[in-house]
Design a protein around this ligand. Structure first.
Ligand code: CP
Ligand code: NVA
Length: 331
């Protein structure tokens, strides 16, 4: 398997075998890190990390992973560069290609990261767009594989806003890896029809299934993994909160949902999560709409079934694998 020189823009661009290769490499890198074995395979290289939206996990993962691989990093924050304001994506791509061996980009439309990759002469990694969050997918797949020991046949239920980056990406990930994906939400939050069709075609090959349902009993019953994400994503206007709370409250992951899923089910979330009042936005929303929890209850978030922090750690190991592999593994 060799994916050296490739971009990592969305999971649709990779085969199940290539995804498995990246997961295996991540597992190997994780094991090495735990045993104190250094993996400075890309010593002397540098990567640029462009963030047009804020981040904790993705930024830290890229920085730690790059340093573990022996590389230097430059972080460009949402206001700290000329990108998009004084300089086009095409020009930025060509400038950065002369100084860096790889470029990470987090921002708005998927077309922007695709454009960056088109003009860059080095691998480009998607650190989240409105449409897709592919590095999160590798972390989620690794976490599920670690927990259950396999991926094929896993019954995966996503609740909440399924037509944004997380719902889209998880549906693709399940379709690629032969998992049973259910989006359980109000119809207007179902994933994009065209993407559903693509995933149905992939499922015919992989043995996956795609189910879209508004019925919580049907959606949650017997799930191995129950997954949710914030109801309002970065870059969306504050005005949508009221409608989202009204539409998506029936799809909150709570004790009833986890009981429907049954014994052995796990709870996952890409994070950050609104599960208590310990955040500024959480408190503001609480004051305005009188709710104390949103997409997941604190009880479920803090329960034994919750594997969200294992999942968060795996962001770093999987991002390291993506960089190591696309830069040429370097072993
Ligand atoms: N899950 C995730 O991408 O988190 P950050 O926004 O903190 O990077
Ligand atoms: N849907 C969320 C994911 C954050 C990791 C967002 O785009 O804000």
């Amino acid at each position: 398997m060799n994916i050296a020189g490739r971009d990592f823009l969305k999971l649709l661009d990779f085969t199940a075998e290539e995804i498995t290769y990246m997961l295996d490499l991540a597992a190997d890198l994780k094991e090495k890190k735990k045993n104190g074995i250094l993996t400075r395979w890309h010593e002397g290289k540098n990567v640029a990390l462009i963030f047009e939206k804020t981040s904790t996990r993705t930024r830290c993962s890229f920085e730690v992973a790059a340093h573990d691989l022996g590389m230097g990093t430059t972080y460009l924050d949402p206001s700290g560069s000329q990108i998009g304001k004084k300089e086009s994506i095409a020009d930025t791509a060509r400038v950065l290609s002369g100084m860096y061996e790889g470029i990470e980009y987090r921002g708005y439309g998927q077309d922007i990261v695709e454009e960056l990759a088109k003009y860059a002469k080095v691998p480009v990694w998607n650190g989240l767009t409105n449409e897709f969050h592919p590095t999160q997918m590798l972390a989620d797949l690794l976490t599920i594989r670690e927990h259950f020991g396999y991926l094929k046949g896993i019954r995966f239920t996503y609740m909440g806003d399924a037509r944004y980056n997380m719902g889209n990406s998880l549906m693709v990930a399940c379709a690629k890896m032969g998992m049973h994906f259910t989006a359980c939400t109000a119809e207007k939050y179902f994933p994009d029809k065209k993407l559903v069709e693509i995933c149905e075609e992939l499922s015919a090959e992989s043995g996956a299934t795609i189910t879209l349902t508004e019925d919580v009993e049907i959606g949650a019953k017997g799930a191995d993994v129950v997954y949710t994400d914030v109801w309002v994503s970065m870059g969306e206007p504050d005005e949508v909160w009221e409608e989202r709370i009204k539409d998506l409250s029936p799809y909150q992951v709570n004790r009833t949902v986890m009981e429907l899923a049954g014994e052995g089910a796990v709870f996952m979330h890409c994070l950050p999560a609104f599960h208590d009042l310990d955040t500024k936005i959480g408190r503001e929303i609480s004051q305005k709409f009188g709710i104390t929890e949103m997409e997941v209850t604190n009880e479920v978030f803090e329960s034994e079934a919750s594997i969200v922090f294992e999942e968060a750690e795996n962001r770093m190991h999987t991002i390291k694998a993506v960089m190591a592999a696309t830069l040429g593994e370097g072993k």
